[in-house]
Unconditional design. Structure first.
Length: 149
């Protein structure tokens, strides 16, 4: 009996806008977890990706804006059955995380200090990263591919 070929799965894509406030991080995580559960994303892949997404959005909230006004951060999630992708878009100051130098490896935990490790974590856990500045907005995309064992 010949095997039937399955049609390519259409990508699931959702978008959510949040404010530039730390209080938005928990609802963002809950939304992300719901998306990955509904789409059958592997648990370990989702955990690593959620850490990356939270690091990126936290950096936007804390460092992107020169004023204390309200700003909108747009997050788009996409899953095509093999790749999980998030694009974070903000209207903050131009900043390309890919140009940020990786801090030197500390000799001890005490020497590591707090802060400065978000971007290296994202680099270590994501498969692809891209940045674009378009129409006065930062667009940073993280991609993670499904692991085969």
């Amino acid at each position: 009996m010949a095997e039937s070929s399955k049609p390519a799965r259409a990508a699931e894509r959702v978008t959510r806008c949040i404010g530039n406030d730390d209080a938005e991080l928990r609802p963002l995580s809950e939304w992300f977890r719901g998306f990955t559960r509904e789409n059958g994303v592997a648990h370990t892949q989702a955990l690593d990706f959620e850490l990356c997404l939270n690091e990126l959005v936290t950096n936007v909230i804390h460092y992107a804006y020169e004023d204390r006004g309200k700003h909108e951060i747009r997050i788009s999630l996409e899953w095509n059955g093999d790749e999980l992708r998030a694009t974070v878009e903000d209207d903050g100051r131009a900043f390309n995380p890919l140009e940020k130098e990786t801090p030197a490896t500390p000799r001890s935990l005490e020497a590591a200090g707090v802060g400065g490790w978000g971007i290296p974590i994202i680099r270590a856990l994501a498969d692809d990263l891209s940045y674009e500045r378009r129409d006065g907005r930062n667009q940073f995309t993280i991609t993670s591919r499904q692991r085969t064992r």
